[in-house]
Design a protein around this ligand. Structure first.
Ligand SMILES: [Zn+2]
Ligand SMILES: [Zn+2]
Length: 389
């Protein structure tokens, strides 16, 4: 029997090889919106079809849409919502917001609210007062959707939401701060909004762009990790670069954020920043209960240099992990693989601001996960940690 099965399989494979045809779904289509619709329409897999890829990636197409084209694609997404395919619609709209910087249309938000779709919360970024008020009102009674409602409100994050969160702080079971962090801000002691990231955002690329000197080079330094003994590596080297955008008020001449690439996968690693780009292991570091000794040796980042891209990208470009955009960047909103995790400064206890991140998948051949860098500017303390699926 096994022999007969193997023969049948070989026969089937030979048949597929001989009869397989190249299929170009994009032949004769010049309109970017139409191309994107074809690209994102699910298609049953047929082994006899060899689907030819389009010359541009989906990400490139989204980023290049004019505002008229973006509106047309949004119309298409609205049509999907009407057909109760909110999931596909939400994905298209998220890509418009992240890759294109498109501003969500209130009429579409209204359609989502009518269908109890409040997730992903990023869809509600910049939502008007009328939508916000509906969500606020629902938080009080809609137990089933409260979690998603609070996340959506956090993404709206306007003065009214901030004041509501301050009131709900005592009233709700979960602290609103948890939701605010997901949208990159928190309530200050005075009940004001405090942003935990910078709007300016530059991708890190392999060739010189805005920065002439590399922003990241991942070379071992002379300093050692006090937990595993491996050399600390400089994740980000900010400062000798005018395009250094985001960090106007908090940068000194040079800020280098270093970490132990192995140990930071298990714990936040803090370093103290000196006035001229020096860094040192912080006395506040607390050794985690578990450390994998092999982690550091397995990592070989060496030899590659990363520069700021020539042009900035949208603040929320890589905000959604599921859209699979390259995440390595300075500034902008972080790409959380899991829940938002802004560390507290070990010195002053304030939440530390996000500075940049390196995407393991971009940095290394078999890399994965994301290394995040944070800074408490008044204390000149930096932190790093890591998330993966
Ligand atoms: Zn270490
Ligand atoms: Zn501090």
């Amino acid at each position: 029997m096994p022999c007969q099965q193997a023969a049948q399989r070989a026969e089937r494979e030979a048949f597929i090889r001989e009869n397989r045809k190249d299929i170009d779904l994009y032949e004769g289509i010049a309109d970017s919106v139409e191309i994107l619709i074809v690209m994102q329409t699910p298609r049953k897999r047929d082994p006899l079809e060899n689907l030819l890829p389009y010359v541009k990636s989906e990400e490139q197409l989204y980023a290049s849409l004019t505002s008229e084209e973006a509106q047309r694609l949004a119309d298409y997404a609205a049509g999907l919502i009407e057909q109760d395919d909110s999931e596909r619609a939400a994905e298209m709209l998220m890509k418009l917001i992240c890759f294109n910087g498109w501003a969500m249309r209130p009429s579409i938000l209204d359609m989502l609210v009518q269908r109890n779709v409040f997730y992903p919360g990023l869809l509600f970024l910049g939502a008007p007062a009328v939508i916000r008020d509906q969500l606020c009102e629902r938080v009080e009674w809609d137990d089933e959707n409260r979690n998603h409602l609070l996340l959506a409100l956090a993404w709206i994050g306007d003065a009214e939401v901030v004041s509501q969160f301050a009131q709900w702080r005592d009233k709700l079971h979960v602290a609103p701060e948890r939701y605010a962090h997901e949208a990159g801000w928190e309530l200050s002691g005075q009940g004001k909004r405090r942003n935990l990231f910078e709007e300016g955002c530059f991708a890190l690329v392999a060739e010189t762009g805005s920065s002439v000197l590399p922003i990241s080079r991942l070379e071992p330094s002379e300093q050692k990790c006090e937990w595993c003994g491996a050399p600390l590596m400089v994740l980000l080297d900010l400062g000798h670069d005018q395009a250094g955008i985001a960090f106007k008020q908090q940068r000194r001449s040079r800020t280098r954020i270093a970490t132990c690439l192995g140990c930071t996968c298990y714990s936040v690693v803090y370093t103290d920043i000196g006035p001229n780009g020096e860094f040192s292991w912080s006395k506040h570091n607390q050794r985690p209960a578990y450390l994998d000794d092999a982690a550091e040796e397995a990592m070989d980042f060496g030899g590659r240099e990363w520069y700021l891209a020539a042009e900035p990208r949208h603040t929320y470009y890589a905000a959604s992990w599921v859209l699979e955009a390259g995440a390595s960047q300075v500034g902008g909103y972080p790409t959380w693989v899991q829940d938002a995790e802004f560390p507290a400064c070990p010195n002053c206890r304030e939440t530390m601001a996000f500075i940049g991140q390196l995407d393991g998948g971009e940095m290394m051949e078999y890399g994965e996960g994301i290394y995040y860098a944070f800074l408490c500017s008044p204390c000149q303390v930096a932190a790093t940690h890591y998330q993966q699926t």
